[in-house]
Design a protein around this ligand. Structure first.
Ligand code: G3I
Length: 346
């Protein structure tokens, strides 16, 4: 090849490599995908929750492992307390390791979910009769061991600690320790992994309101006390036609506190909306609205779907007009919502 020709070929190659933000070129074809769209918008990832029992379904698995679609994984169940410390001080990471190993093998990111939550606790915690110092020790040990085992991750250290009116949820932790269990858990997580990103995660904080305000006040107060807190996870289990109009403003108010946010459990169910063309179009528009809000806020770092197919969603589908919350239907056909996500990142 003539020198100039070679130079030109190299230039085309480099220009191609630089000018492929939204897609990967594979065999001359352009590959599309949700994670590619997120990364083109300078987000760290678009990911999904999963359960390894779902992986026997080969179509499910092939979509899940595709890094063009998903760059991040959250274990939907197996890193929770009931599975990781079923008996006091006995840590069982086998189930969580299945997820962590998949993440490592595929080169995705992992979100740890979660250290302290009122739900899916082992009996010895939920029915325990602890003094405050005893439970403080139990919380500290659990968070430390969990975050230490899965080092180098983002962690939902605190999950769903507030009621909708902004008061603290009454559970074994609050009832025994008041809100001090929150700094205890966050500090233990930080000791376990100085590099982990530590989050508080909750639902019904998508728009401004009493619960979001209470969480902002909690973050402020933690920061004032020097308690480590890096982010707020906005779960986003939403309903078609009821997406708050203040998503962006709310995220901006959170990040103004000096933290990041992520959408951590996104799904948008139909409710009294038939899953016909019109219902699915409304769902698409709502997905686009949520993703655009994250897209508009620099410190909204990424988005996680709470599983990606209606086949395995935690939300039951009741034909013809309820459920259907995910961007893929139960037969793995992409719904309009899929395109809504892509468009939201543009
Ligand atoms: O593992 C058992 C299985 O052995 C048994 O045969 C079967 C019969 O019901 O139950 C299985 O356990 C279920 C478990 O999911 C694993 O599939 C539980 O009944 C069921 O309650 C549990 O639901 C999980 C739910 O959290 C618990 O509250 C969902 O899968 C999980 O997606 C969901 O995730 C939560 C987030 O952690 C926090 N935010 C809300 C979100 C949705 O509820």
């Amino acid at each position: 090849m003539h020198h100039l020709g070679r130079f030109f070929a190299l230039f085309v190659l480099l220009a191609g490599a630089v000018a492929l933000p939204a897609s990967d070129a594979v065999d001359g074809r352009t590959k599309k995908g949700l994670n590619l769209a997120a990364k083109a918008a300078k987000k760290l990832y678009l990911g999904t929750a999963t359960n390894s029992e779902e992986w026997n379904d080969t179509t499910y698995y092939s979509i899940l492992e595709d890094n063009a679609e998903f760059g991040q994984i959250t274990a939907a169940n197996v890193m929770k307390w009931f599975d990781t410390e079923p008996e006091p001080g006995v840590f069982t990471f086998q189930d969580g390791d299945v997820i962590a190993n998949f993440v490592k093998k595929t080169g995705k990111k992992l979100r740890g979910h979660n250290c302290v939550w009122h739900n899916q606790l082992p009996d010895w915690v939920v029915n325990g009769t602890f003094t405050a110092p005893e439970l403080a020790f139990v919380v500290e040990r659990h968070c430390f061991e969990l975050v230490h085992h899965y080092r180098g991750q983002v962690w939902d250290v605190i999950n769903e600690s507030l009621n909708d009116d902004g008061t603290f949820r009454s559970d074994i932790f609050y009832d025994t320790l008041n809100s001090t269990y929150i700094p205890i858990a966050l500090r233990a997580a930080r000791r376990a992994d100085p590099h982990a990103k530590l989050y508080i995660n909750d639902y019904n904080i998508e728009g401004t309101g009493a619960k979001a305000t209470a969480l902002k006040n909690l973050v402020k107060s933690l920061k004032r006390q020097g308690v480590p807190i890096d982010g707020v996870g906005i779960q986003s289990h939403l309903t078609v036609g009821q997406v708050p109009t203040t998503l962006r403003q709310n995220m901006e108010e959170f990040v103004a506190l000096g933290i990041e946010v992520a959408i951590t459990e996104l799904d948008i169910r139909l409710l009294n909306t038939t899953a016909n063309e019109e219902g699915l179009a409304r769902q698409k528009a709502d997905y686009e609205t949520v993703i655009s809000a994250c897209n508009a806020v620099e410190k909204c770092v990424g988005v996680t779907l709470w599983d990606f197919t209606d086949k395995f969603s935690w939300i039951p589908t009741t034909p013809p007009n309820e459920g259907y919350p995910c961007p893929w239907d139960e037969n793995y056909v992409k719904k309009p919502a899929y395109e809504g996500i892509i468009q939201g990142f543009q």
